[in-house]
Design a protein. Structure first.
Length: 343
């Protein structure tokens, strides 16, 4: 198992604890096999999913792991030309996304988040099987107010020579006909007249001067929309470490890591959005009539406090054709917001 130089002991202790949990789950499985094998297997997979999120790869690149292994194996990296459309203020559409989604707000800086669809009913198709699952940070500028206090700004603005800028990070799963892909999309919104850095693409509108850059991508086998309840998308950030997107589907986990210094979002992340929306370019994911999803977004800021659920606070420019239901929140070991959406 790899070890992080700055926290190897703590990571090892966590690993030992998790191995114990998985071992206990296996023993319970033997004892309860004649009663409820499926339930025990589901609990074991749930523990494994959480483990892989808490122990992201220690190096940059693309990775794959298979249950019950806790070791990330190197996977082949690819590239993607995907581009989201950032939200444009003033759009008042009723459907989910495009700034109208809920966001989970933490009192302290968010270190990780996990999005899932614990209940999906009536879903049989999504138009053209073309969509993304997005877990997005807030758009954060030079000063971010958290708990009444100003937090440090992302250091990349000054480092890269901008007098001011906003940063926005998207952790994405994109569908495909044969294979999907998981990757990170990075955005910087810079002053009018300023130029994007080498290696960044330019995307400007009358409202902003934008630069975007994708991480490498890892190929992920595609799955049917009827299996949405089986998948999860997680994001983890670390100052002076790596940012990681992790996609899990049943017994498989896929991850892509890049340096947090690309955006420095770990200094400013305190709101999160998760949903299934269109496949970039401001598009819409269209569910079949009668679809209903329960959306769960777990966020971690080092406390057990329940996050706030902010209405009309999403940051994606893509949408779906579902309408939001009420939002609930809970604290504890795994604080979360949860809401329904349906058509």
């Amino acid at each position: 198992m790899q070890s992080r130089n700055t926290s190897g002991i703590g990571r090892a202790a966590k690993l030992i604890s998790i191995v114990g949990l998985l071992g206990a789950a296996s023993q319970v499985s033997v004892a309860a096999s004649i009663y409820d094998v499926d339930a025990v297997q589901a609990r074991a997979l749930e523990a494994w999913h959480e483990t892989m999120r808490q122990l992201p790869p220690l190096t940059e690149g693309c990775f794959h792991a298979t249950f019950p292994s806790l070791i990330w194996q190197k996977a082949e990296c690819g590239t993607t030309d995907y581009r989201s459309t950032p939200p444009i203020a003033g759009n008042a559409v009723a459907t989910t996304g495009d700034g109208n989604d809920y966001a989970a707000a933490t009192a302290h800086l968010t270190g990780s988040a996990t999005g899932s669809f614990p209940v999906a009913t009536g879903v049989t198709s999504i138009s053209n099987n073309s969509y993304t699952m997005q877990l997005n940070t807030n758009l954060a500028g030079p000063i971010v107010i958290i708990g009444g206090n100003s937090s440090p700004a992302s250091p990349v603005c000054k480092r890269d020579g901008y007098t001011s800028c906003d940063v926005w990070e998207q952790f994405i799963y994109e569908s495909g006909s044969r294979n999907g892909a998981a990757f990170i999309q990075n955005w910087m919104f810079i002053p009018t007249g300023a130029r994007c850095l080498k290696g960044w693409f330019t995307y400007n509108t009358s409202q902003y001067n934008g630069c975007y850059r994708n991480s490498r991508s890892v190929s992920v086998p595609s799955f049917s929309p009827t299996q949405l309840a089986n998948v999860k998308l997680a994001a983890t950030v670390a100052k002076r470490g790596n940012d990681t997107v992790t996609f899990t589907n049943g017994t498989d986990a896929y991850a892509v890591s890049e340096k947090d210094g690309v955006l420095g979002v770990s200094y400013v992340w305190n709101q999160s959005e998760f949903n299934l929306v269109g496949d970039g370019g401001g598009s819409q994911a269209k569910f079949n009539s009668g679809s209903s999803l329960t959306v769960n977004l777990q966020v971690n800021d080092g406390s057990t406090n329940a996050p706030g659920c902010l209405a009309n606070a999403g940051t994606t420019g893509e949408t779906n054709n579902l309408n939001l239901g009420p939002c609930s929140v809970a604290g504890g070991a795994s604080p979360y917001i949860q809401f329904t959406e349906s058509n």
